[in-house]
Design a protein around this ligand. Structure first.
Ligand code: HEC
Length: 200
């Protein structure tokens, strides 16, 4: 289903993709080939995360409706991310400027990158076409390759992230997320982003 679709990662994007926020003379640089390999590995793991989650979400929506599907997002999203992280050695997560779960808060680079996606969309690029962004940063003194891909809001997302949410769903969400900010989205908005950190 196309709302998980990620924009193609063109070489032109790779060359201009650096949006480094705290690069210093100590921050290592990567060759174009290394950048391409790390970007490809990031995209691959994001694809697996997205398709696993999407599959479980759809199955739960079918069998138990949206309140059952909330459980999938609440319990399974972090579990799937943790399993993939353990398997690949990458840190994998989802983040947003309008959060449902405060555990998904963006750090500095993630916030800047989400803002960059928003600006690019405001300038006319549709959310599904936004190219991923990456950087090399020092994380606690250690260099890390970081990669983010925007997540477009699809029609099915509006059940739980839209403007008119069914009252049972609303109540279930309020119980789990008293500070929920992740409603009021429209189809085509940027819901958030997948975020990957690879050690170097
Ligand atoms: C059945 C309800 C439901 C549906 C449908 C749903 N979500 Fe969510 N979404 C949630 C819940 C619950 C969370 C909080 C997950 C957690 O605790 O980590 C969440 C969290 C997220 C997050 C993580 C950032 C945050 O706000 O915490 C993103 C990104 C996201 N959803 C995107 C989507 C997209 C894109 C779709 C449509 C393809 C979608 N969701 C459909 C319920 C839903």
């Amino acid at each position: 289903m196309h709302y998980w679709k990620l924009a193609p990662l063109a070489l032109a994007t790779l060359v201009t993709g650096f949006a480094s926020t705290n690069a210093t003379a100590d921050t290592p640089t990567l060759s174009q080939q290394e950048i391409q390999e790390r970007s490809a590995a990031s995209r691959e793991v994001i694809k697996r995360f997205a398709s696993t989650l999407q599959g479980e979400l759809q199955a739960a929506m079918k069998s138990g409706g949206p309140t059952e599907a909330i459980r999938v997002c609440n319990e399974r999203a972090p579990e799937i991310a943790a399993d993939l992280s353990a398997e690949t050695g990458m840190q994998i997560g989802r983040t947003s400027l309008k959060l449902r779960n405060p555990n998904n808060s963006p750090d500095r680079w993630e916030r800047l990158t989400l803002q960059g996606f928003e600006a690019q969309r405001a300038a006319g690029t549709p959310a599904p076409d936004l190219p991923p962004r990456f950087t090399v940063e020092l994380e606690d003194g250690e260099p890390a390759f970081r990669f983010m891909a925007a997540i477009p809001t699809g029609g099915v997302c509006l059940t739980c992230h839209g403007s008119s949410i069914d009252s049972d769903v609303q109540h279930a969400l309020e119980r789990l997320y008293p500070e929920d900010q992740a409603t009021g989205f429209s189809e085509g908005d940027i819901r958030g982003a997948f975020t990957i950190t690879q050690e170097m």
